[in-house]
Design a protein around this ligand. Structure first.
Ligand SMILES: NC(=O)c1ccc[n+]([C@@H]2O[C@H](COP(=O)([O-])OP(=O)(O)OC[C@H]3O[C@@H](n4cnc5c(N)ncnc54)[C@H](O)[C@@H]3O)[C@@H](O)[C@H]2O)c1
Length: 262
């Protein structure tokens, strides 16, 4: 057995990031859990093999502190899961729209640039099969009504991952993304008050349901692992077939599906 692999995981307090921390530690990784919310990260603070870093991922200092924590605690860095994100776009002509656009781009896209910039040298120095996994979205493949800033930020992640993968390929660092479809997390918690909308979203997914956070974390684990050793520059849809559909026709329904109830 080789040395324990070490991963930085951002957006770790909740949802997909939390599921990734749980999955990666259960499979023998040491993890630096990064989030803006110290309170929400309390669940992770007492866990073995986890150290927490609190800060805004759109600041270079937070990304640098996360890498420093990995090197200080365990002397190596193998993986960065750049997952923190924010959703919500005001009307494009509304007051404050540009401020919100800047914020969404900073949290969802600038953070991935900073994460790569800070993690890559440490992963290179570790010298093993290193990997970076960003969280894009099916909302990066196309547009949603009233979601223009988020759509733009996630499309940016998808093409950033392609370009960065090319630049880092010869350094032995693979860079990929996952694109979740609708997933049960803190981000989508508010939709619990809108069960009809939730069901309508599930009906657009060929598998007729939402994802669990762990299903997304499993795809992150795969892309970060040596099992994906010849995969770089891709965005892997983890969406029950949502992005496979052209959307022209109603999908066949499955009476036995686990469609999520509100
Ligand atoms: N839930 C979905 O349906 C869905 C679908 C596609 C993509 N995604 C993406 O998955 C990722 C994880 O989201 P989630 O669904 O688990 O949501 P979530 O709200 O449960 O978790 C996101 C975490 O990111 C943290 N965060 C937000 N802004 C931050 C910042 N500036 N600095 C540090 N931490 C910050 C939050 O505190 C939170 O703990 C996001 O990038 C999101 O866009 C989610």
């Amino acid at each position: 057995m080789g040395p324990r692999r070490v991963a930085v995981i951002t957006g770790a307090a909740s949802g997909i990031g939390r599921a990734a921390v749980e999955l990666f530690t259960s499979r023998g990784c040491d993890v630096v859990a990064v989030d803006q919310s110290a309170d929400a990260m309390r669940w992770a603070a007492d866990r073995d093999h986890v150290v927490c870093v609190t800060g805004d991922v759109s600041a270079e200092s937070t990304n640098a502190a996360a890498v420093e924590a990995a090197l200080r605690e365990w002397g190596r860095l193998d993986v960065a899961v750049l997952n923190a994100g924010t959703v919500g776009s005001p009307g494009l002509e509304d007051a404050g729209a540009i401020e919100r656009f800047d914020e969404v781009l900073a949290v969802n896209l600038r953070s991935v640039v900073l994460g790569i910039r800070c993690a890559a040298p440490a992963i290179r120095d570790t010298g093993a099969d290193g990997a970076i996994v960003a969280t894009a979205s099916t909302s990066g493949f196309g547009g949603d009504p009233g979601n223009w800033a988020y759509n733009a930020s996630k499309a940016g992640v998808i093409n950033l991952v392609r370009a960065a993968a090319i630049d880092y390929a010869v350094q032995g660092l693979r860079i990929n993304a996952v694109a979740p479809g609708p997933t049960e997390t803190g981000m989508t918690q508010g939709l619990k008050r809108m069960p009809e909308l939730r069901r309508a979203m599930a009906r657009r997914v060929p598998m007729q349901r939402w994802a669990t956070a762990t299903e997304i974390a499993e795809a992150m684990w795969f892309l970060a692992s040596p099992a994906a050793s010849f995969i770089t520059g891709v965005t892997l849809a983890v969406d029950g077939g949502l992005s496979a559909s052209a959307g022209h026709f109603d999908l066949p329904s499955n009476p036995n599906s686990r469609e999520t109830e509100g």
